[in-house]
Design a protein around this ligand. Structure first.
Ligand SMILES: O=C(O)CCC(=O)C(=O)O
Ligand SMILES: [Fe+2]
Length: 281
């Protein structure tokens, strides 16, 4: 069972159909409808965290680092636009991802991801149909840890995937807040003027979440501009990332996987075609 990791008293994800479960789902849906973000504080309890932290420390040395410069859209520069246009504003991005094959089946992070009640719970919270919600079939990327070190963060961006499910495992000494501007753009309107204003430092609509170790976050990042503020100090920020996709058998592309994880497996070559390259953008 999973009670040694998850606070099932507070989050009865093992009891679908119970009143407490239905209430929890209703609350999460309301939060997600309102601003695309739901946080479950203390989803992993203190004893569970001890296990997760030990696992994270043990595999941190396996992280693959990659660097690039990116705009908020993960797109190319467009020299025809004026110099200050958000599409033309590039920021440094560095990643250190611990690939998924470092997380053993019997280890705490993968046990949460593969717990039979976890996917249906996340799917219900997101109100996604059963035939469009699957675990990622990528042995290097299905469940990973993102490690953020002194001076690093994740610059302002919109996700290219619909939702992200993350678990805070350890915070840096300072910084590392999750900042977001709910619904800054829509499928009809890019709202470039407001995006530019946030990039210029306008904080009026910015919300700040200081997630604590053990908190689970469900975030719909396609329309909400967001960033991770730079982390300061010697202690690394660890976040677990659980990936779910809309088609069975989806796997990362060969080039993208090499870039993010430093290597590929035969599985990636075999699955080339059924891809979800944009994951984690
Ligand atoms: O590390 C986080 O808290 C979220 C990072 C993020 O925005 C992303 O992976 O798209
Ligand atoms: Fe994001």
């Amino acid at each position: 069972m999973i009670h040694d990791l998850i606070d099932l008293g507070r989050y009865p994800i093992d009891c679908p159909g119970s009143r407490a479960y239905d209430q929890l789902i209703a609350d999460l849906r309301r939060e997600l409808d309102k601003d695309g973000c739901a946080v479950l504080p203390g989803f992993v309890h203190v004893d569970g965290l001890t296990q997760l932290l030990a696992e994270a420390d043990a595999v941190a040395g396996q992280a693959h680092r990659s660097f690039n410069r990116t705009n908020a859209y993960f797109s190319q520069d467009n020299p025809e636009l004026e110099r200050n246009h958000p599409v033309r504003r590039f920021f440094d991005r560095s990643n250190a991802f611990v690939p998924a094959d470092n997380f053993r089946k019997a280890g705490p992070l993968r046990r949460i991801y593969e717990f039979e009640g976890f996917l249906p719970f996340i799917r219900a919270a997101l109100d996604e149909p059963e035939d469009r919600f699957f675990r990622y079939d990528d042995p290097l990327a299905d469940v990973i840890i993102n490690l953020v070190e002194d001076g690093q963060g994740f610059p302002w961006h919109f996700d290219t995937n619909n939702f992200t499910v993350t678990l805070a495992i350890q915070n840096g000494e300072e910084g590392g807040a999750f900042e977001y501007v709910p619904n800054l753009r829509s499928s009809e309107d890019e709202n470039f003027a407001s995006v530019a204003s946030v990039l210029d430092g306008n904080r009026a609509r910015v919300r700040t979440l200081e997630l604590q170790p053990g908190d689970l976050q469900i975030f719909k990042g396609r329309y909400s501009l967001h960033r991770v503020a730079p982390v300061k100090g010697a202690r690394r920020r660890y976040v677990g990332i659980f990936s779910f996709v809309e088609a069975q058998g989806m796997c990362g592309g060969v080039e993208r996987t090499k870039q993010l994880y430093g290597r590929v497996l035969p599985h990636h070559h075999a699955r080339a075609g059924l891809r979800k390259d944009e994951l984690l953008d």
